[in-house]
Structure formats: structure tokens, C-alpha cells
Design a protein. Structure first.
Length: 402
């Protein structure tokens, strides 16, 4: 806690006028298929001491059902049942959303409580205890840069650093949400201080971030910081800022305990990661000191016209050298139209075994896997249930309870 308080004392800033963002945001843009790094050296990644990763993401939306209006006893019972189901299915790792919008589902002095938490108890303490009771590895999942809406942020007490920064160069608004600008050292320090709170207060097994890096390609987002930097290439400069943040997060985790895992889950499209979100995936995968596990979101069918699953998996395998590759899979697409898949848009509708075939491919490659999300994987729908049973057989585990 001393570390957190020291960081708080350092977060005193001068304010300047916020610029509106006008460019189209990355989640509105059509991704383009590219495998630009397939010729990288294919040295084997170092073996981890743990078993093959079989994980599931539990996103913040799940808390509307689990937390809102529930007592601690209710929440504990729900968590215990969910984790028992995960373990019975053969999973060994859970990614628990602890900061989604500049908030906290744990005890924090730096970020306000998450809006789904209506009781006076500590969700992460309950989740960690119940997950460990089932033998599951617990990874606290944070979105480093995404914050609340401007209205929600303005309503917070002034004691929170992000509230103090509202209206300054450190926070920009894009598509109705506030975002931290990673160009500033004090921003990166606040993010790491929030992670340090988790590491100091809870027996987590790792820290996890996903694919929310720069939210826009609009040069106005960080024009002042870019001008002050003296850099000439905006894209390279932004990638450098993201790498500074990722490296700082990795170092924070390892300073706590070298056995802890720091993982990153970027989008599956390498071109989008590199050119649109400014995430230097080749660097983070190839060079030690950036992440332990790389978990690309390969939420694509085999017939996807943009990023076909097999070819995209091969691109990531050739890219991943230092980090351990774990493959993100999409049970949420079962039985649905894939609007960005081009000519493969109906594949998840017409073929009932896309996900189980992908699980087979990942397992045959000797790789770990992570499913998005808990609710999608354990949905009661008949088609999902049939796929879950097929996957359970592939994993050589008893299927989950009904």
C-alpha cells in the first residue's frame, strides 16, 4: 500500500483543453487479412512449469447477474457453482474482469467501485478463494486505458486520479468513452499502481490485459504529446508508448513474484493490432520481458475470408518466440452469423462443429486455449451443449453438469 500512496502523491498535473475525436474508431473499421511476420525465426518458446492452459474469460457483463442486488453469500454460492463447472469441464484457469471502465471490483484507493457491485463486500477476495478451492488459477483482468463515460467520470469524487485528470491532456473522449493517453509517464504509473494494489492485496496467479490499446487513429487524440515528443512518425511513437506500458506492467508483476504470469490478449488480426491499435505484437512476442502468455483472439471460422482460422493460427505460431502461445476461441459465435467474415459469414450457422474442430486443431498443435466467454461456453442452448460435449471428449474430461 505504501507504493500506491507514493504514486498518488506523484499524480499532480497541469490541465489543458480536451480535444474532440473525429476519426472512425477501430471497432467500426473492417479488418484486413495480413500475415506480415510469418518469416520470423521459429525458435521454440521456453516451457512453462504449469500444465497446458485451458482457460475461460469471465467479463464484467457477467457481474450484472452475479453481483447486482446480491449479498456476499449469494455471490459466493454463484461463484462456487461456476468454478466447479469450469473445473469439471477440464479448465484450469480463469480470467476475471477486475477493471473494465476505470473502475475496480476489488478494494481500491485509486479507482471507484464497479457499477455492478451493490453490496459492501470484496468480489475479488470471494472469487479468488472459490476459484482456488476448485484448483483454478486466477488471473486478474484489467483494461488499462478505457474509462467511464465523461458524465460518469465527472460524477466521481475528486479523490480519484482519473477524476482529477478529466479535462486535461491525460484523458481524451472517443465514441462516448474517456480514454487514458499512454504517452504520459504518470498515466502508465497510475495503471501499474492499480495492478500493484491487486498484487499486494490478493493471492492472484497472474495479471491479464486484452486488446484495448489506442482507440482511434485520429492524430488529434494525442497531438500535443506527439508534438512535444519531437518524434516524426506518429505510428511508431504510439507503438513505443504501448510498449513502454506493457513493459512496465510486466516488470511490476515480476517484481512482486517472478512466478506470476503476465498475459496479453490482442485481436487475432496482426495488421489491425500493429497498424490500427498500435500494439507492437512482434516485439512483445519475440523479445523477453514483455509478456509470458500471448493469447490472440482467433475468433474466426475456417472459411473466414479475412482471417481464416488455420492460416491465422499458423501466422501466430511463427510469430511467437519468447511468449507462450495460448489460443483464444469464440463459443459466443456458435449458431450465429459472422458479419465480418465475408464469404464465410454463414459458417457458424451451417456447420455445428466449428468450435470443436478448432479445439482439436489447437490441442494437436500442443497449445493452450481460452474460451470467450463463460456465459457463452456454458449456455443451455442445444447446439452449444452438443459442442460442449464434443469438446469435453476432446479434452478427455467429463462434461460439465447440466
Amino acid at each position: 500500500m505504501k507504493t500506491v500512496l507514493c504514486v498518488l502523491l506523484c499524480l499532480l498535473l497541469t490541465a489543458c483543453t480536451e480535444r474532440p475525436a473525429t476519426a472512425e474508431t477501430y471497432w467500426q473499421q473492417e479488418i484486413v487479412h495480413l500475415q506480415p511476420f510469418a518469416d520470423m525465426p521459429q525458435d521454440p518458446a521456453p516451457e512453462e512449469a504449469d500444465s497446458t492452459v485451458r482457460a475461460v474469460w469471465i467479463p464484467v457483463m457477467q457481474y450484472s447477474e452475479w453481483l447486482t442486488g446480491k449479498t456476499e453469500a449469494d455471490f459466493r454460492e454463484t461463484a462456487a457453482e461456476a468454478f466447479a463447472r469450469c473445473a469439471d469441464f477440464g479448465l484450469n484457469t480463469v480470467f476475471l474482469h477486475m477493471r473494465a471502465y476505470g473502475d475496480a471490483y476489488y478494494r481500491s484507493e485509486l479507482f471507484p467501485p464497479g457499477s455492478y457491485l451493490t453490496g459492501d463486500y470484496d468480489p475479488l477476495a470471494v472469487l479468488t478463494e472459490e476459484a482456488h478451492r476448485q484448483g483454478l488459477s486466477v488471473h486478474a483482468w484489467v483494461n488499462p486505458l478505457r474509462l467511464q463515460t465523461p458524465e460518469a467520470l465527472a460524477a466521481l469524487p475528486e479523490t480519484y486520479p482519473t477524476r482529477q485528470w478529466l479535462g486535461t491532456e491525460h484523458i481524451r473522449t472517443v465514441d462516448g468513452h474517456c480514454w487514458l493517453d499512454p504517452a504520459y509517464p504518470e498515466v502508465r504509473e497510475l495503471i501499474c499502481a492499480g495492478v500493484q494494489e491487486i498484487l499486494d492485496g490478493y493471492a492472484v496467479d497472474g495479471i491479464h490485459i486484452d486488446d484495448y490499446f489506442y482507440p482511434t487513429q485520429d492524430a488529434a487524440f494525442d497531438a500535443e504529446a506527439f508534438a512535444e515528443s519531437g518524434a516524426s512518425d506518429l505510428a511508431e511513437w504510439r507503438r513505443g508508448n504501448c510498449s513502454l506500458l506493457v513493459k512496465r506492467l510486466y516488470d511490476t508483476v515480476k517484481a512482486q513474484d517472478k512466478r506470476l504470469i503476465f498475459s496479453i490478449s490482442p485481436q487475432g488480426n496482426l495488421k489491425t493490432d500493429y497498424e490500427v491499435q498500435y500494439a507492437d505484437i512482434p516485439l512483445w512476442c519475440k523479445e523477453p520481458g514483455y509478456c509470458d502468455w500471448m493469447i490472440p483472439q482467433l475468433y474466426y471460422g475456417f472459411d473466414n475470408a479475412v482471417c481464416p482460422f488455420t492460416e491465422t493460427l499458423q501466422a501466430w505460431q511463427s510469430l511467437t518466440v519468447s511468449a507462450k502461445l495460448v489460443v483464444g476461441l469464440a463459443p459466443y459465435k456458435i449458431g450465429s452469423t459472422d458479419k465480418w467474415a465475408g464469404t464465410g459469414s454463414e459458417e457458424w450457422l451451417t456447420c455445428e462443429t466449428v468450435l470443436s474442430e478448432e479445439v482439436s486443431a489447437v490441442q494437436a498443435a500442443g497449445l493452450g486455449m481460452a474460451f470467450y466467454s463463460y456465459a457463452a461456453l456454458f449456455a443451455p442452448d442445444a447446439q452449444v451443449t452438443a459442442e460442449r460435449e464434443r469438446i469435453a471428449q476432446i479434452l478427455d474430461k467429463k462434461g460439465p453438469p447440466a
